[in-house]
Design a protein. Sequence first.
Length: 542
Amino acid sequence: MKSVCRLFIFLTGICTLSRAYAVSSEDSLLNRLDAVLAHKEDFVNKKLSRINAIKHELNGVAGAGGKYQVYQKLFDEYKAFSYDSAYSYSKKLMAIATQLNDPLKIAKAKMDLGFTFISSGMFKETLETLNQIDVSLFPDSSKIQYYFLKARSYFDLSDFDRNSDYTSIYNPKGISCIDSGLRICKPGGYEYLELEGLKELRTQKNDAGLGTYVSLLKLHHLTPHDFAVNACCLSYIYEIKGQHGKSLELLIEAAISDIQSATKETVAIYNLADILFKNGDIDHSYVYIKQAMDDATFYGALQRQVKISSILPIIEAQWISQIEHQKKLLYTYSFIITLLVIFVLVFAWIIFKQLKKLRVADELIKAANITLQENNRALEELNRNLSTANKIKNEYIGYYFNINSIYIEKLENFQKSIDKKLSSKRYDDALATVKNLNLENERLQLFHTFDKVFLRLFPDFINKFNALFKKEEIIPVPEGQLLTTEHRIFALIRMGIHDNDRIAKLLGYSVNTIYSYKNRIKNKSFIPNDEFEDRIMEIESV
């Protein structure tokens, strides 16, 4: 069978080429269920670890009362996990309760024993045990559990007998137990909704039951097992109302919760397998019905094993029939693929010969492309530089004519003033006018005009210049100035004037002074000296 499974898995991969599946929420949930099912042993091991930890508590418990509490914890862990262990601890609870001569504990132990009987399908023993309990001993919370368990016993017995004569006897008794529980429940609480939903389910009030179970599943304190049980009930109502998609999704979620909580006393995955089989999903149905049988066998639920055994052979037969059909398809596909491989090999040989010829041409084209790309990059860089130079040229031509016109106008005014004073023989005034001519102020005015024009072309120059220095080495610009002498030297360099002699003449300094300024600035920067001016030239204009 294992070899057949491997063949089927391989076959499924091949046949995927000929089929297309629509991605839906059901597909996504089934994938999630498969992933959870693959790790089911991890969840069981966590459960067993928790049980072992509780068992270790017995080593530190001396009195019978303390043992009773630990046995109760162990029973709660086992009751939906293993019938034999749950039955064993329910008997131990009974023995301790009898030893303590505590009527309430004895009654609770009997109710636990009844739970194990009903879970294993022992209906007669369940009702006999529950009928021995004096319900008046219980607080309301325990009474509610008692009535729910007794109602479930009657309903399960009715379903098992499948006889209308006995159904008409057991169903009313179950409804009567539910009514007794509802009378002491707080309306709107979990217990109330659980009882009310079960009653509506058994009396076929599906619309009312739908609202009750929807409200119940919205409660935040549900355990995974509680969710799974009530989700199965709501799924049944959706199925009856023809909402098959919602019904299937709830069953999948219930099955996931059961696996994650290591619950073996479950019906969700069995119902899911049954529905998927009817929908034609044989693959998933087979996996899930096998899991349902494993769970029933592990727990020891005899009635569930009988029920599962009624459809397991049918699903298994369909699964094997499907595998045989897929094997035939596999042989057909293998023959077709073999022919295709032969054609591919022939075409590959032809293409290989052509590729050898094309490879040489391709190498030549690549080399030509690389050369063209390098030339294009060089042209782009040249164009950018020419564009920048053109902008600078246009701006400074305007600046040159403007500043010359200003100085020509000043010279004309100066000439007129001197001529007038000399004509009127006011030689002292003429001499005073000449002496009052402030060339330094004119030079500062020239620098100020240069700075304005330059910063209009390079508005980020100071920020980019300062970015080349550590914070403590940044050169501040004095208030009232646009550029310092240091900034102005490198502004001229950015304009394309690299000769120290020309820079010195333009700024009115000696060549040594310019050289000293440049070295001092470069030494302050964290940029290597031989790269500093290149970084200045990278500052872009607007």
